[in-house]
Design a protein around this ligand. Structure first.
Ligand SMILES: C[S@@+](CC[C@H](N)C(=O)[O-])C[C@H]1O[C@@H](n2cnc3c(N)ncnc32)[C@H](O)[C@@H]1O
Length: 211
């Protein structure tokens, strides 16, 4: 499967997404897609995670990172803004095409996109793995554990940043508990972001794989 270079067949809308007081991205979202269509939207978890990344001390992040389930690409774009080389991945080729378009629209360099389905591929080990609101299917915790730990996508000593809406943490909590059982250190921070006229609480987990 290839990432399409021409997305004119897809109806999209433009929205301004503020990730901090100083930084707003212009994003495309894709409209009217058959389900599952989670990939076609920008989700509030990616806004909270972007804000968290922007708040980290300069120099505390590595030079390169990989995002799982990047959808429209907001978290990857924030990391590109911070100067990282970031590979946005997803199983949905059209999502990646729009993530590329969104990064280009905001004049961001350092972003690349590639297809990665947790069921099959492994990817190249990374020191920073980020994932915003990707744990919602029953099979996700097992697949992600295999990908990150057993297949080694997260390098020893590497950091994993996982975000999930506070309203539905059950599946993600199971994954976090399993990683802790394997010696990962764990920090949790809950952030609130304004979203579509309401406040949305988001859990942000930072896990570090033992060396
Ligand atoms: C709710 S969306 C979140 C998109 C983006 N991270 C955000 O927060 O705005 C979940 C994303 O995970 C991707 N995804 C779900 N299962 C996947 C799998 N098995 N392999 C790769 N990507 C997957 C979907 O295609 C979708 O883009």
């Amino acid at each position: 499967m290839l990432i399409p270079t021409d997305v004119r067949a897809y109806t999209s809308r433009t929205l301004s997404v503020a990730v901090s007081e100083a930084l707003t991205f212009q994003m495309h979202e894709v409209l009217a897609q058959p389900r599952p269509n989670h990939w076609s939207r920008v989700w509030p978890t990616s806004v909270a995670m972007s804000g968290w990344l922007l708040d980290q001390a300069i120099g505390s992040l590595p030079q390169a990172a990989l995002e799982l389930g990047c959808g429209m690409g907001l978290v990857s774009m924030t990391l590109a803004h911070l100067g990282l080389r970031i590979e946005g991945t997803d199983r949905e080729p059209v999502a990646l095409a729009f993530a590329i378009k969104n990064a280009a629209r905001n004049a961001l360099t350092g972003f690349s996109a590639s297809l990665l389905d947790w069921g099959g591929d492994t990817g190249t080990p990374t020191q920073l793995l980020v994932a915003s609101d990707i744990v919602y299917e029953e099979s996700a915790p097992e697949r992600l554990f295999t990908l990150m730990q057993t297949s080694g996508l997260l390098a020893p000593g590497g950091r994993l940043l996982l975000g999930v809406p506070h309203a539905r943490t059950e599946l993600l909590d199971a994954l976090v508990a399993r990683l802790q059982d394997h010696g990962y250190t764990h920090l949790l921070e809950t952030r609130v972001v304004p979203w579509e006229g309401r406040d949305e609480a988001i859990d942000l987990h930072v896990l570090v794989r033992p060396t």
